[in-house]
Design a protein around this ligand. Sequence first.
Ligand code: TXA
Ligand code: MG
Length: 513
Amino acid sequence: MTASSLRPAVFFDRDGTLIEDHGHLRSSSDVVFYEDLFPALQRLRSHFRFFIVTNQPGIGLGILRQEEVEEVNRYISENLRRAGIEITAVYCCPHRRDQGCQCIKPNPYFLLKAAQDFGLDLSRSFVVGDHPSDMTLAINTGARGVYLLTGHGKEHLEELLPDTFIAKNLTEAAEWILKNSIHSKGLETVRRAAEIIRKGGLVAFPTETVYGLGADAFNPLAIARIFEVKRRPYFDPLIVHVASYGGLKKLVTAIPSDAKKLVDRFWPGPLTVVLMKREEVPDLVTAGLSTVAIRMPDHPMALGLIEESECPIAAPSANPFGYLSPTTAEHVRDQLGDQIDDILDGGPCEVGLESTIISFSGRKPSLLRPGGVPLEEIEAIIGSVEVSPDEEGRPSAPGMLPRHYAPRTPIILARGEKNFNSNKSKRIGLLAFQEPKPSTKFHHIEILSKKGDFREAAANLFAAIRRLDSLNLDLILAETVPEVGLGRAINDRLRRASRLIYSPLQPKGDSTC
Ligand code: TXA
Ligand code: MG
């Protein structure tokens, strides 16, 4: 991971910081959230990953059971997630503060572990708490501390270093963090883009899957421009992007319990749910259907843009209709740059494949498009999901035409390149899943993942096809991958991008070039 791809985080103490400090908490029924907790963290979430670091000496003293603490932690994370606030991990120190443990003092073990496990930049991170030891934790890791006067904060004021920032409450803490974070420049860019959305403009923005081309979902004129710019047929509905569970509720008439389970588990993330829409959602967005497709993207800039725009954002992938989805700002600039009002650059997309779409409009949940969340993970939560196939046996949303994601160069698919007979006079490129054996058959080779990792392969897929497509080749031979997990979505995109399936059983030369 490069230094610039490391993300900043905020580490929150629990009692006296996120919830009222009532001593040793045994049960979630005793949890009282601070009133401003949700809005304060919603302001921050687009810029930081969140962690809880809680000191529960009651465990070490035998007053509290580990399971009781975990139940309370789960309850807090669950409530935050419902408000669209993801806690990446919770760390719990069971020792007394004066015992000198490895968890918090003198080694800030949890923070270093979090930094390593989740790719964090501690020098751009913050620790928020109501005890001086939280501030020490910050100093020992190069992060910055924010001291709260909630909880027991007032009792230890004289122990603080003179330049510690002291906040009355979480709202003040969040404001200070935003102002003092290196990200404030990014925030300005997002705010300017949000202004464009509010005025009816089009902004391309990064998500964890692919770049989207966004407009205010409630502004039919702006939505019409999306269709024009993409040359997208009006029968193909758009996905509406929200930044919280509350945002979802405002768009639909009901949320079936299975849909809720999936949303709780996978949002923010590469999952789209199709639910019965409220009347207010414009017909143009849904192509006249009684349903609307909705997702909460897992990208700080996307969430920031939705929040700052103060409206849900309808966004298809930011590519001309039928072509590959863009996974960098550069891809968007190349193809739509002069036709749209702004492009937010958030670097390359982590997932690289569009979201998985599950519809709840029928009797049973059904898969309309395989994508970033593997079907197996969905079925593990809600049981079997129907796959509604198109005429060629592929799952299909209205816009999933058989030939989609199509590069200009013809692509043929093969299980492996070994049996492929090439015509030496043609320029042929290979899209390999893993490192192939050395061969002179190919003019250029793109490897999706040397170690055969689906995630890495998915993240590289569209950019690799684009590179091959820019080389003026006569043909691209693409290897399919095992049809499990993310492999299903990778193969789906490959099939739609291709015209021909290469079968070594066909007479020699039949589908070679
Ligand atoms: O990862 C993604 O989902 C990306 C990012 C930008 O969020 N978006 C994306 O949008 O892939 P788009 O427009 O390229 O694909 C949306 C798909 C289309 O196949 C469309 O037909 C389907 O979602 N869809 C939208 N609304 C639907 C509805 N009400 N019922 C069934 N399918 C729907
Ligand atoms: Mg698309």
